[in-house]
Design a protein around this ligand. Structure first.
Ligand code: SF4
Length: 81
């Protein structure tokens, strides 16, 4: 499978936890009321959190999270074939 990158713009998050409901393996609400993408890394240049995923199941779950986020804080994009 191609690799995909999941990106979280934490500044946009309004804490609805919709992503947690559909993909709890990846998304966890934190004490400050915003989400965290588990095991992701902070990219300092963009101030966004990124995680590379490589399985169909992980892609499905994160595409669903992307789809339910009301503020477009989650982006899933293909990296390579
Ligand atoms: S669905 Fe969007 S706004 Fe809601 S907690 Fe997840 S990232 Fe934040």
């Amino acid at each position: 499978m191609a690799k995909y990158k999941v990106t979280l713009d934490r500044d946009k998050c309004i804490g609805t936890a919709s992503c947690v409901a559909v993909a709890p393996k990846f998304w966890e609400l934190q004490d400050d009321g915003k989400i965290m993408l588990l095991e992701s890394k902070l990219i300092e240049e963009t101030n966004q959190w990124e995680l590379i995923i490589e399985t169909e199941q992980d892609l499905l779950e994160n595409k669903e999270a992307e789809g339910v986020c009301p503020v477009d804080a989650i982006i899933v994009e293909k990296l390579e074939d």
